[in-house]
Design a protein around this ligand. Structure first.
Ligand code: CA
Length: 406
C-alpha cells in the first residue's frame, strides 16, 4: 500500500506502472475523458456505493459537486515518464531548508511528539521526517477535492479497482462526520492530510490522539495526523531504537553481488567483510542487514536494517526511504552524507529504460519484462551484463550501460 504523498509521488516515479483496467461499470459504454462521461460513470457507480453502505443522501450530495479535471489524468499518465536520480531527489528531499524547518517543527511540537513517541515507540525525528516529506510540515497538504480526484481516476480506469475502493473509503470518511467534504482536500491522487494518508489508510490506522472524538488528520492541528503516522509505522513492525540504516564504506574488492536488499546477513558478517560506518565508529548491531548502492558503486553505500522495510510501507522507492531516514538523522543533529554521487549521469527516460530492458533481453540477460520499471530483476540483469563485460557489477542502470548495449 503506497501513500502517494507529495514528495512520495516523486519517489513513486521509480516504483513503476500499474496495469490498465478497461472494464466499464454497467452494460453501456461510457464516454471517456469528459464531464458528461464522468457523470454517467457516477450514475453507474451509485448502486455499488449504496450496496457498500454509503447513504444515498451522502452520495448524491457529494457527487453533485464533482467535476472532471483533465489535469489529474495528465498527472497520472506522466507519473512514470519522468524520474529523478537519487541525488537530485535527495538534494530537494533533504535540502538545508527542509532540515532547518524540521528542527523548528520538532521544537514547536516537542511535548506532542514525545507523547506520540512514548505511546507508539516511533522516534519523533522519523515522524517529523515523514511530515516534512509528505507535506513540508503541513504547509502543502494539497487543495484538490479528494472525492473529485478519486472519482476522476476511477472513471478514467487505468487503476479502476484501486480508486473505486479508495472512493468508497473516502465516502465513508464523510459519513463518519470527522471532516466535511469541503475540508477533505489533498493531492491529485487522493492522499490527504499532514502525512498524506489514502482514505483506506485513514480507516485502518488513523487515531484520535487529541481526544476530541474525531480522527482529524486534515486540520491545522497536526496531533492526530502525526500520531496516525506513528500508529501506521508501529503496525508494520517498527522497532524502537533501531536505525533505518546508515551510510557505510565498502572495502576494495567487495563482492557487488551482495549489494541488494535481497541479501541479508548479520551485522557481524558485514563487519568481517570490511563494511564500516562512513562517519567512523562501530556498526550498530540491529540484527540482519543489507547493503544498498542506490547510485551505483560510485555513489553512497548504505547498510539498511529492518526499519527500512517498515518505511517502505509508506512508499517502496529506495530514494523515498533513504530520504525519510536521512532527513530524520539530520533533524536529530546528524551529519550530511559523506560520499559523492556520479552527478554526470542523468536519469534515463521511460523510453530509454524500456530500450535498456529490451536490449538486455536480446543480449541474453532477462530483465523480467519490458515495462520501463527498474526493479530487482532488471538490476540483476544489469549486474550480469556488467560482469560479462568485466565492469564493476553494481547494477546501476546508467546511460553508459545503455550505450554499451547499443
Ligand atoms: Ca482528534
Amino acid at each position: 500500500m503506497r501513500m502517494l504523498g507529495w514528495w512520495g509521488l516523486l519517489a513513486a516515479l521509480m516504483t513503476g506502472p500499474v496495469t490498465a483496467e478497461t472494464s466499464v461499470s454497467g452494460a453501456e459504454m461510457i464516454e471517456t475523458g469528459s464531464q458528461a462521461g464522468l457523470q454517467a460513470w457516477i450514475e453507474a457507480f451509485r448502486d455499488r456505493a449504496l450496496t457498500e453502505g454509503i447513504s444515498a443522501a451522502t452520495f448524491d450530495a457529494v457527487m453533485r459537486e464533482v467535476t472532471f479535471d483533465p489535469k489529474i489524468i495528465e498527472k497520472d499518465r506522466n507519473q512514470n515518464e519522468f524520474t529523478k536520480t537519487i541525488w537530485d531527489y535527495l538534494d530537494t528531499a533533504v535540502s538545508q531548508d527542509r532540515v532547518t524547518l524540521g528542527i523548528r517543527a520538532l521544537e514547536a511540537n516537542r511535548p506532542l511528539l514525545e507523547r506520540i513517541e512514548a505511546e507508539y515507540g516511533v522516534e519523533k525525528e522519523i515522524v517529523v521526517a515523514v511530515w516534512g516529506l509528505e507535506s513540508a510540515y503541513g504547509t502543502f497538504r494539497g487543495d484538490l477535492p479528494v472525492i473529485g480526484s478519486l472519482a476522476t481516476l476511477a472513471y478514467d480506469g487505468r487503476r479502476r479497482a484501486f480508486f473505486e475502493g479508495e472512493l468508497i473509503a473516502a465516502l465513508r470518511i464523510l459519513e463518519s462526520g470527522d471532516v466535511s467534504a469541503a475540508e477533505l482536500s489533498g493531492s491529485w491522487a487522493g492522499a490527504s492530510g499532514h502525512t498524506q494518508f489514502m482514505p483506506s489508510s485513514w480507516a485502518q490506522f488513523a487515531v484520535d490522539f487529541d481526544g476530541d472524538g474525531k480522527r482529524n488528520i486534515w486540520g491545522s492541528d497536526p496531533a492526530d495526523a502525526l500520531a496516525s503516522t506513528a500508529a501506521y509505522l508501529k503496525h508494520w513492525g517498527w522497532t524502537t531504537g533501531q536505525r533505518w540504516g546508515l551510510e557505510v564504506t565498502l572495502p576494495d574488492g567487495f563482492d557487488y553481488d551482495q549489494t541488494t536488499e535481497a541479501v541479508r546477513k548479520p551485522v557481524a558478517e558485514w563487519r568481517a567483510l570490511g563494511v564500516r560506518p562512513a562517519l567512523g565508529g562501530d556498526l550498530p548491531d540491529h540484527g540482519t542487514a543489507s547493503v544498498l548502492l542506490p547510485g551505483g558503486a560510485r555513489g553512497a553505500a548504505f547498510l539498511i536494517f529492518g526499519n527500512f522495510q517498515v518505511i517502505e510501507k509508506y512508499n517502496t522507492a529506495d530514494a523515498y526511504v533513504i530520504g525519510i531516514g536521512h532527513l530524520a538523522d539530520r533533524i536529530g543533529g546528524g551529519a550530511p552524507l559523506t560520499a559523492d554521487w556520479p552527478r554526470e549521469y542523468r536519469a534515463l527516460t521511460l523510453a530509454e529504460r524500456r530500450e535498456l530492458q529490451e536490449r538486455l533481453g536480446e543480449a541474453g540477460f532477462d530483465p523480467g519484462g519490458v515495462d520501463g520499471r527498474i526493479g530487482p530483476k532488471t538490476i540483476a540483469a544489469v549486474k550480469s551484463f556488467q560482469t560479462a563485460q568485466g565492469l564493476v557489477p553494481d547494477g546501476y542502470p546508467s546511460l553508459d550501460i545503455l550505450t554499451r548495449l547499443r
